[in-house]
Design a protein around this ligand. Structure first.
Ligand SMILES: [Zn+2]
Ligand SMILES: [Zn+2]
Length: 474
């Protein structure tokens, strides 16, 4: 029978990893505040014989655990930040926030971090046993959800000596990722006007709130004249106070602009800036643009994707008990799911997926993936890594079918054995793929040649300006 991720480490190590992910689930720390999580992961890596450096590239909660020497240098990426607004009791199949807790692991990054550590341990054992040269780096990447942790690592040259980077994400499916994700820029537009009595002396006032509203109108007219794969989102972060009888002297709006490539994203961002300038002119206010975050699009690497898919089939899926299947059903029942909605361009055999969704409450097959170039909506800071080193990712089923990421259902299932099995599956698939790269250096050469061909001479230009330092995103 397939062991699906439990063949490479000792029972004691497997148990310790089970405990580590539960510990991180309990901390549930948001971006750049992951102090306890980073400390626990660093300590764990040290105990496993890795040389750990904490606080890299100006980020207190970024760290790296290194084992081995020389090339190839292969990085395993680990995320571990949580989300606000997703407090939830574990194992309860109804929405039930934990009193006094504001955050939760709704994207499964406690598993992501621990799973990448597990993979690094497996690779270390392999290098040791086979007396191979080469370096494995377990990179603790903070603030994925908000903060752009990996973009700072890439911008500041952390990956410059790396030959490949591999990562994964907890999911409801077992499938290799492919294609791209959007570039994005997030910033604040802060308008400054003049306050006055809104009835008695309105002619003396200049409303910053009017400027914010006119900016929204302008951007909403822009929408028809931008690429259909571009997105612009906004949120009012300061509406100028609660008094309608005071002309609002200060108001602020936050914008998130997305496009398929960095240059296109920059251009769209400039168009939005021009609209802000127009709104300021119309209202007699001034506007400051405060840069917040920027992420690059993903450069896929089909060579590494294929190595990961081969490893997936070699490892196989875990066996699930009847109790685990009943547990999965409870959660699936909380969320309606049209099987067809799970089919994306990456799924090579849609019928196999739809049949599995109809017959099982957890994905218990490996789905073949299609190598695609197309851009999916949404952004990830893995994009910046993929611009400086050949990078590929997988997804493994850690949760029942039904709800997707950023839901209370994912938080609730986060400490279950289902989640743990998905995590260990990811670890072993990544480890087998990395081992294949160490054993066959020609894989790395091929991945690098593909990488160069895709970039076609374009240099990586991080969307975050050099003078912007890592900071907490509200
Ligand atoms: Zn997320
Ligand atoms: Zn995530």
């Amino acid at each position: 029978m397939s062991k699906g991720g439990f063949t490479l480490l000792s029972n004691t190590q497997n148990q310790a990893l089970y405990e580590l992910q539960k510990e991180l689930w309990g901390y549930a720390e948001p971006g750049f505040l992951e102090h306890r999580s980073a400390a626990a992961m660093s300590k764990f890596l040290r105990q496993e014989g890795f040389t750990v450096t904490e606080g890299i590239c100006g980020m207190e909660t970024a760290f790296v655990g290194v084992w081995g020497s020389g090339h190839p240098v292969i990085c395993l990426l680990a995320e571990f930040d949580a989300l606000y607004g997703l407090s939830q009791e574990a194992d309860v199949s109804e929405y039930k926030p934990i009193e006094g807790v504001a955050t939760g692991h709704g994207c499964g990054h406690h598993l992501l971090g621990t799973g990448s550590i597990a993979a690094a341990m497996m690779v270390k054992d392999y290098l040791e046993k086979n007396k191979l040269s080469g370096t494995i780096k377990m990179v603790g990447c903070p603030a994925e959800e908000s903060g752009s942790g990996k973009a700072y690592l890439a911008r500041d040259g952390f990956f410059d000596d790396a030959d490949a980077a591999i990562t994964w994400h907890p999911s409801t499916l077992n499938v290799v990722s492919s294609g791209s994700n959007q570039s994005c820029i997030q910033c604040y537009f802060r308008f400054h006007g003049v306050s006055s009595h809104a009835a008695g002396n309105p002619e003396a006032g200049r409303s910053a709130l009017d400027a914010v509203e006119l900016m929204s109108v302008g951007v909403n007219y822009l929408r028809e004249h931008m690429d259909s794969k571009e997105r612009v989102h906004y949120a009012y972060t300061n509406a100028g106070g609660i008094s309608p009888n005071v002309v609002q002297a200060e108001a602020e709006v936050k914008y998130l602009v997305r496009s398929t490539t960095n240059p296109k994203c920059q251009k769209l961002y400039e168009r939005v800036i021009n609209i802000a300038k127009g709104a300021a002119m119309m209202t007699g206010t001034t506007c400051d643009v405060i840069f917040d975050e920027g992420l690059s699009n993903v450069i896929p690497n089909f060579t590494l994707e294929q190595v990961l898919e081969d490893a997936f089939f070699k490892v196989g899926v875990p066996a699930y008990t009847e109790a685990e299947r009943a547990y999965a059903k409870q959660f699936r029942d909380t969320y309606p799911l049209e099987p067809e909605s799970e089919v994306t361009a990456v799924i090579a055999e849609p019928k196999a997926l739809i049949a599995n969704i109809q017959n099982s409450d957890i994905c218990d097959i490996i789905l073949r993936h299609r190598c695609v170039d197309e851009c999916s909506m949404g952004s990830t800071d893995v994009g910046d890594v993929s611009w400086v080193v050949p990078t590929a990712q997988i997804n493994t089923a850690c949760y029942s079918y039904g709800a997707g990421g950023h839901t209370w259902q994912w938080v609730a299932q986060g400490k279950s054995t289902l989640a743990y099995k998905g995590m260990m599956l990811a670890a072993e698939v990544m480890a087998q793929a990395v081992e294949a790269c160490f054993e066959h250096p020609e894989i790395i050469e091929k991945a690098k040649a593909e990488f160069e061909e895709r970039l076609a001479g374009q240099a990586y230009e991080c969307l975050i300006p050099k003078d912007v330092k890592p900071h907490i995103i509200q």
